[in-house]
Ligand binder design. Sequence first.
Ligand code: TYM
Length: 379
Amino acid sequence: MAESFKVTPWEVSGLSGETYEKLIKKFGVKKIDGPLIQKILNTAGSLHPFISLNLFYAERDLGELLDDYRKGNKFYLYTGRGPSGKMHIGHLMPFIFTKWLQEAYGVDLVIQLTDDEKYLVKNLSRKEIDGYVEDNILDILSLGFDPKHTHILVDSKQSGLMYNYAVDVAKHITVSTIKAVFGVKDSDNIGKMFFPSMQIVPSFIIPALTGRKMRCLIPYAIDQDPYFRVARDVIPKLGYYKPSAIISKFLPSLQGDSGKMSSSVESSAIFLSDDDKTVRRKLMKYAFSGGRDTVEEQRKHGANPDIDFAFNAYMMFEADAKKVRQVYDDYKSGRMLSGEMKELAAAKISEKLADMRAMKERIKGNLAPYMFDPSKFSQ
Ligand code: TYM
């Protein structure tokens, strides 16, 4: 029977609550279970709400990486962004979580911008994509990443650093693998066949440059898993550890329907550039509610926060896990109403976006300290 959903790095549709369970089997990832949550708590010293609320829900070899960390072996983090448009709050999810990991474990982070990927898969000119590269980098950095431990790779700019490694990767991937894993068709351009090698490179670039054995942990939403499934087959053949992964569900579209939040549908997304009024209007007008039809019913039966857009958006920006839990319990029990949930979300999102815009202004024109510099890894 044909599947009712599609999840690839280049297309996501037909999502439902069950899709995420099905993807665990289909992609061969593992669910994050109780003992692993305990291990995260023991090593990180706290738990991010994205884990306790099951948003980051799957993994690959995370336990092994944390066992090694406990023995004193540091890993590094790697995540990325394809600069094909302005960023919405869904895109921030892996970056917010990665920042928490970076601080909790005290490790380096590589962020890749795949401008080559977007040129190959989207109908956009180089000029349009170039315009998004710096803007997206600023948006990501405005979360407050530490320049000493954050290293940005822009594929088109640092191709000299990455190309030979990408060729090493490409030598071990067959055409049939790329067709099966990414759904590349005979009528597609050949760049789509080669590009996955570029996205795999940062998952071994630090050990490759330093000669040190080091694990890599990659946070991402599950659409990116195909890259790293292939990476795990190839990289051991080059003499490095298989990368580990921590994998999230999507922040849904505002309407809570079968798509992820998407840049191409204005009303499905809250953009980082949206002002307070727009954020509030979008929440009030479009946000899918997990609440009941009437106040009486809501007071009596409570809401379902897990599927409520406003709750999900709120908890993305509230770093205090206790507060998130309190709001979750109040809303679920009926002490809090849907309108109140939306107001709370609007206030929290606006506050955070304003902070980020101020930070963006401060770092504009001063990106050099954040760019990947191999000499920083030479000692
Ligand atoms: P991109 O730009 O499509 O997405 C950036 C990151 O955001 C995740 N994501 C979401 N997470 C939650 N809710 C959503 N609605 C949502 N939409 C997107 C994506 O899974 C991704 O983690 N090819 C990549 C860029 C990349 C990358 C990486 C990503 C290069 N190297 C390593 C992760 C890890 C891309 O186009 O992402």
